[in-house]
Design a protein around this ligand. Structure first.
Ligand code: B1M
Length: 211
């Protein structure tokens, strides 16, 4: 069994300690961090999601798999975020109101930090009022909104409306993402950018900062 298959297998079983150790080993074997992330970890979470959908596993199993993913991500963090990158901008980042999924949001944050974008991380279940206050306080140029549930996607729109109501919509670029979000939804709610994954989000954020 390849080490990436082993990581995937252990992650699905929620074995956080072993996932951590194997991610360390994979890095010291010279496997590219993005391959560990995509082929060992994200694909494993997709499998867990599919099993959850089919009622083959339930919330507790999903939760322990998520914990194992978080443990593995912590080991990957230094490899994904090169130390000493000069700050090029600032982003306020969160998972939106009603939504507690934070793995994708944390990944976006890591990728942003990796290209030198400082992040004000508001965590999960965040509403427009909190975003408006954080943008005013931090002077961030980008707002990054993650939503994983079809029922919380509209919270992204609510936050854009809150930015408009506060008169600061034009001072920030709003980026949206998360599994159910699409380019057409992003267009519909008036976001400035949508990307499917965290690495492209960082690339697009750099373009937005440069424009
Ligand atoms: Co939940 N969950 N969950 N869950 N969960 C999903 C999302 C689901 C698709 C599972 C399924 O049915 N197949 C389903 C949603 C269905 C829907 O709305 N269509 C679901 C459900 C139903 C629920 C509950 C309602 C279950 C319940 O209680 N009955 C509940 C809701 C709680 C709440 O939020 N209010 C719930 C709870 C949970 C746990 C707490 C157990 C746990 C979350 C733990 C945590 O995050 N700390 C959990 C998990 C882990 C999942 C799955 C299995 C995995 C999500 C994940 O972390 N993926 C998920 C199934 C799936 O997604 N296939 C599922 C890995 C992560 C790297 O991917 O976050 O998509 P993702 O991020 C990607 C991209 O989307 C993108 O970048 C990343 C890749 O590079 N991205 C962005 C994300 N944000 C971005 C922002 C950007 C740009 C890109 O710019 C701003």
């Amino acid at each position: 069994m390849s080490i990436l298959t082993e990581i995937s297998d252990l992650l699905q079983k929620g074995r956080a300690k072993q996932v951590k150790e194997l991610v360390e080993q994979a890095l010291s074997d010279g496997i590219a961090p993005k391959d560990i992330l995509n082929d060992g970890m994200i694909s494993a979470m997709m499998t867990v999601g599919q099993k959850f959908k089919n009622n083959e596993v339930y919330v507790p199993e999903v939760l322990i798999a998520a914990r194992a993913m978080t443990a593995g991500l912590e080991v990957l963090r230094p490899a994904l975020t090169q130390a000493g990158v000069k700050p090029v901008g600032k982003a306020v980042i969160c998972t939106v109101k009603g939504d507690l999924h934070d793995i994708g949001k944390n990944l976006v944050k890591m990728m942003f930090e990796g290209v030198g974008i400082e992040c004000v991380d508001l965590g999960v279940d965040v509403d427009g009022e909190q975003i408006v206050a954080a943008v005013k306080e931090s002077g961030a140029q980008i707002v990054c909104l993650s939503a994983l549930l079809t029922t919380t996607m509209m919270s992204q729109k609510d936050i854009i409306e809150a930015l408009k109501a506060a008169g600061i919509r034009e001072s920030v670029k709003v980026m949206v993402g998360g599994a159910p979000v699409t380019q057409s939804f992003a267009d519909e709610i008036g976001a400035d950018a949508y990307t499917q994954d965290a690495a492209s989000a960082a690339e697009v954020a750099l373009q937005l900062l440069a424009s």
